[in-house]
Design a protein around this ligand. Structure first.
Ligand code: SF4
Ligand code: SF4
Length: 464
């Protein structure tokens, strides 16, 4: 497998799957974007299967943006499913055991982000003993906004679309500013079908979770933004909601990166989040659809976030799957359960080909933000030796953030930090549209990640 860096998807023509839905097709469009072949047919018809319990889970103490958790257990302790095993003060969400068993170790372990992080390793006793504190609620009518937000916090919910921002912080910081709630059901990354299957199979839980969020914000209306390559999911959501829910399913023309927060807001509401601004600045709050389902689990079932749907897919796989996977399951166990590799993988990514991160080991675990394990064979290797910019400008035309990728790349190469700032490189959402369209095969996103870090370091040094 290769080094840790974004994967470049082979450019192809527009996606071939046509919309079959008759529900409301939204007209708003964001600037730029690309049309990679979605490749979702590889796994979109694979129903969610309960993943065979792994022998061991490795649960990192940092699965969210903010302060890492401190372990609350030690080697030799016994734990139950849903038991809190890590927490901290400040901007932090707790982590919970996803299996019952014995703590084998509390130590740094490899993580999908490319570093080692403190983790709790649990040996599964296969008893599925539930934490005694977990109990369903018959009614939530009497619960206040603060109480519901507290339940979401205690359940350890952080953005499950990959951003991993603490959900209770997004809610509490948005109350009073937000007039529009949007559920991000776009799932615009090629290959990934985890959210598609979740919406098809559990639409009533998504609607119930969204009603909880509406109640917290005190709003009567909400939107679900979904692309037109998921007609069955859109139909399932429409069938699951009632008029009284005040929920509108907005079907959007398929275009990458529709699922980026700012682009989705524009597509659904025609509001534009200013550069450097947050969705709340235009009255919006966006929640990933898996996060909304996790809110349902927490509020109605009393169950913290201990499992999620993960798509296992890619050209290197013998078969593909959508698994309901305990948090902490090693990637290797997922690959093995799906039938193993058909051929030696060229790259294994966490996530999809546009924004996914290549992994150097399959011992890394599924975390709250892991929506897919995508494994590519050598046939997908389109690396170009010594790529050179031919100044075609294609990257500028597809950048949804109105940036100048070719100039950003040149400035990064020259180490011109001042110019990187002037080019607003911190607005780059690392969507990979520029790299996808670049005929020279330049690793633009990799360059921008490095450039952003250089700029942040320089700004921190200047401040100090
Ligand atoms: S698309 Fe690639 S080759 Fe064309 S201007 Fe941008 S960086 Fe250069
Ligand atoms: S410059 Fe950043 S935001 Fe623009 S297309 Fe490239 S990766 Fe996406």
């Amino acid at each position: 497998m290769g080094v840790v860096r974004p994967f470049r998807l082979r450019p192809v023509g527009p996606h071939s799957r046509q919309s079959e839905t008759e529900v409301n097709l939204m007209a708003h469009a964001f600037f730029g974007g690309v049309h990679p072949k979605d490749m979702k047919a590889m796994s979109c018809d694979k129903a969610i299967e309960v993943f065979p319990a792994p022998k061991q889970v490795v649960i990192p103490m940092s699965q969210h943006i903010g302060a890492p958790c401190k372990p609350l257990v030690k080697k030799g302790d016994t734990v139950t499913v849903g038991q809190k095993i890590g927490d901290n003060a400040g901007m932090c969400v707790p982590v919970h055991a996803s299996v019952s068993g014995t703590v084998l170790a509390v130590e740094p372990r490899p993580y999908t982000g490319g570093t080692d992080v403190m983790s709790v390793v649990i040996e599964n006793d296969f008893q599925d003993t539930l934490c005694p504190e977990i109990a369903p609620r018959q009614s939530i009518e009497s619960l206040s906004s603060d109480e519901l937000t507290g339940i979401i916090h205690e359940a350890g919910i952080a953005g499950m679309g990959g951003a991993q921002f603490p959900t209770h912080v997004k809610i509490s910081s948005g109350i009073g500013k937000v007039d529009t709630i949007i559920v991000n059901s776009a799932e615009c990354e090629p290959y990934i079908t985890a959210d598609d299957r979740l919406m098809r199979e559990m639409p009533e839980k998504v609607i119930a979770g969204l009603n909880v969020i509406k109640k917290i914000f005190g709003l009567d209306k909400a939107y679900i933004g979904i692309e037109d390559n998921k007609p069955q999911a859109a139909a399932a959501l429409n069938a699951a909601k009632s008029d009284a829910d005040g929920i509108e399913v907005c079907v959007l023309h398929t275009r990458y990166p529709q699922g980026a927060e700012k682009q989705l807001i524009q597509a659904v509401t025609d509001r534009q989040v200013p550069p450097g601004g947050l969705p709340a600045s235009v009255g919006c709050a966006v929640f990933n659809v898996a996060t909304v389902k996790a809110v349902y689990d927490a509020v109605y079932l009393g169950m913290p976030l201990v499992k999620r749907v993960v798509t296992v897919t890619g050209s290197a796989m013998k078969d593909t799957r959508n698994y309901m996977t305990p948090i902490g399951t090693p990637f290797q166990a997922l690959v093995d359960a799906a039938g193993g590799f058909a051929t030696d993988p060229y790259k294994v990514l966490t996530g999809g080909p546009m924004m996914g991160i290549a992994q150097h080991t399959l011992t890394v675990p599924v975390i709250k933000g892991t929506n897919a394990v995508t494994c590519f064979s050598q046939q997908d290797n389109i690396e170009v030796a010594n790529p050179h910019c031919i100044r075609c400008g294609k990257c500028v035309g597809v950048c949804p953030m109105h940036l100048m990728p070719l100039m950003m790349f040149r400035s990064e190469r020259k180490g011109d930090v001042e110019n990187l700032d002037a080019l607003h490189i911190l607005d780059c959402i690392e969507c990979g549209s520029c790299a996808y369209t670049c005929p020279a095969g330049i690793h633009l996103v990799q360059s921008f990640k490095i450039a952003k870090q250089k700029l942040k370091d320089a700004q921190a040094a200047a401040k100090a």
